[in-house]
Design a protein around this ligand. Structure first.
Ligand SMILES: [Zn+2]
Length: 304
């Protein structure tokens, strides 16, 4: 089951407390459904719960019972059969059905109190139920609303702005896509439309991802450090073996001889560790200086 389906099922179980929000949610479903005009009010959905929510809301608000039929693919087609019923619904939401181009009738948002903004949130919930889609956050962050008309898409952005949700639009295959790819904005939207359980799931997924990324970064960093240490050790051993093929340990100063011995015995030790192993412990830079000295010795030997 897709993540979109999970959220939609969660939303369909929500009880709208206030009448104002029922109206706003129903408007979202009507306006963003397939058709909302005097000649046709209908929409399609794969989900029975969404079809039932649409029917219940319309019936509660207007007394009209939508009709559900099923396509061969198993989709639910919900429509209002009679013209006078369509007229009744259009009038209820302040439309004549003769509008040249459909727009959002903002007069339907009864509670636009900035603190609550309940009706805008309910409207976006209705829109999500009929034309929204979200990708599983474990794969990718992507939330979108498929809207058929450009004007509706830009008005929808206005509604989203009212509840501090910033999304973008994109034209794809002659539909307007209102979308968002930021994890926190997606969480925000899902929380605001009322899917609390999914909201927490999104937050949790993001937190787990962040921790995983941190661990990966650290592991990569440590692995890189380790391989640098080993490479340096190998180069130093080659250097020492080269020198010892020409001169004896006893020909070197005591501290250089001790360092060479320690390095040959501890090929994987870091410069720091080598310094600490010396009978007179040396700092990292003191050890480095001695390896520099060994390089000079090698160059001198090679010149001979
Ligand atoms: Zn409300």
């Amino acid at each position: 089951m897709s993540f979109s389906t999970d959220i939609k099922e969660e939303l369909c179980e929500l009880q709208s407390a206030s009448a104002c929000c029922k109206k706003a949610e129903a408007l979202g479903m009507l306006v963003f459904g397939r058709n909302f005009s005097l000649s046709d009010i209908s929409f399609m959905t794969e989900l029975n719960c969404v079809a039932m929510r649409y029917c219940n809301l319309i019936y509660e608000l207007t007394g009209v019972s939508p009709v559900i039929s099923y396509s061969k693919a198993g989709n639910h087609k919900v429509r209002i059969d009679k013209k006078e019923e369509r007229q009744k619904i259009l009038e209820f939401f302040g439309y004549t059905g003769k509008e040249i181009s459909l727009s959002i009738n903002f007069g339907n948002f009864e509670n636009t109190d900035e603190e609550e903004n309940c009706c805008y949130c309910a409207f976006v919930r209705g829109a999500f139920l009929v034309c929204g889609n979200i990708t599983n956050p474990e794969k990718e962050y992507h939330l979108e609303f498929n809207i058929s008309r450009m004007k509706l898409a830009s008005e929808f952005l206005t509604v989203l702005n009212e509840i501090d949700l910033n999304m973008k639009t994109l034209l794809r295959n002659s539909t307007q896509l209102v979308y968002c790819k930021e994890s926190e904005s997606i969480e925000d939207c899902i929380g605001k439309i009322g899917a609390t359980k999914s909201f927490f799931f999104l937050m949790e997924t993001r937190a787990i991802k962040q921790v995983k990324n941190k661990i990966n970064r650290r592991t990569n960093f440590e692995a890189a450090n380790l391989s640098r240490t080993i490479e340096a050790g190998i180069a130093q051993i080659e250097l020492i073996e080269h020198i010892l093929s020409k001169i004896k340990l006893t020909d070197m100063t005591e501290d250089l001889a001790e360092l060479c011995t320690l390095r040959l015995e501890n090929p994987e030790a870091s410069i720091d560790e080598l310094g600490k192993m010396m009978s007179m412990p040396l700092s990292r830079s003191a050890v480095s200086r001695r390896f520099k000295k060994l390089k000079d010795i090698k160059e001198e030997i090679d010149k001979r």
